[in-house]
Design a protein around this ligand. Structure first.
Ligand code: ZN
Length: 276
């Protein structure tokens, strides 16, 4: 009887070994705060924009409050090893690959020796999307040449991955990974879902394309092994910067405890006052 009991314990320990202790905790309880930006601009045009001034004061607040920024490689290493993340660590991420990341985020983060991850839409590098120019190949190479910065994929064309055929989905995921690796010479470990859209089929395709982790926006309460492909992020934008970054600070300090509804998209063009 005792032997059976020991054998059962061994099986439990071994089955948990591939994805160790810390990850069995509920979703956000395990992760450090993951912050999501889009563009940094002098004049915001969309609620997902953050002004250069607000961005700098957010970075200064993180630094003054002893938050340690991580690279994607460090983030993945903690997960691989099943280690606890440092208590006051954060992962700063940027989606889409607008040129504000090169003009403002890259230099302001560098000045402060802070780290970040840039999720790039590979099909629009060097292109202009309306009033949103994307980074050029040369700019991306300069960013990727600095080991404090990591590059992730944001697909080829920013589609809703849930609505694609599995063939098209794999193309979006695998081709962007290949192109970004070719341009940057870096391993592409992670993907951020365009507009946070994912389902089980998307997660299966992400695994098939060889990504280790994936970032979402919403928190749908997935735990353990599944949570590594659905990591919720704080959607920073104009609203979080109001009143001396009141909500920004609240989200970062309470990332683990915020209600799931707090993790939501804030994509909405701002009304241009001169047109009203
Ligand atoms: Zn996006």
């Amino acid at each position: 009887m005792k032997k059976i009991f020991i054998a059962l314990i061994m099986i439990m320990l071994l089955s948990g070994a591939a994805f160790a202790d810390g990850n069995d905790k509920e979703n956000r309880a395990y992760f450090p705060a993951v912050i999501m930006y889009h563009d940094i601009r002098t004049e915001p045009l969309n609620y997902f924009d953050v002004t250069v001034q607000d961005f700098c004061s957010q970075l200064d607040w993180l630094k003054a409050n002893d938050y340690e920024t991580l690279t994607l490689e460090e983030f993945v290493a903690y997960m691989r090893n099943g280690e606890e993340f440092p208590e006051k660590s954060v992962l700063i991420t940027f989606d889409d690959g607008y040129n504000g990341i090169y003009n403002y985020a890259f230099p302001e983060l560098s000045k402060r020796s802070m780290k970040a991850v840039f999720f790039i839409t590979a099909g629009v590098i060097d292109k202009v999307d309306g009033t949103y120019p994307h980074v050029t190949v040369k700019e991306l190479q300069e960013i990727a040449g600095n080991k404090n910065f990591s590059i992730g994929s944001h697909t080829m064309s920013h589609p809703n991955l849930v609505k694609l055929s599995s063939e098209d989905r794999i193309h979006e995921l695998a081709e962007s990974k290949r192109i970004l690796k070719e341009i940057t010479g870096r391993e592409i470990l992670a993907i951020a879902y365009p507009e946070g859209n994912y389902d089980k089929n998307v997660i299966d395709s992400v695994k098939e394309a060889g990504y280790e982790i994936a970032f979402a926006v919403q928190d749908r309460g997935l735990c353990g092994e599944k949570a590594r492909y659905t990591i919720p992020r704080i959607y920073v934008g104009m609203v979080l910067a109001e009143n001396d970054n009141k909500l920004f600070k609240e989200y970062v300090m309470n990332y683990k405890a915020m209600p799931a509804e707090a993790f939501t998209e804030r994509w909405q063009p701002m009304k241009q006052e001169r047109n009203e």
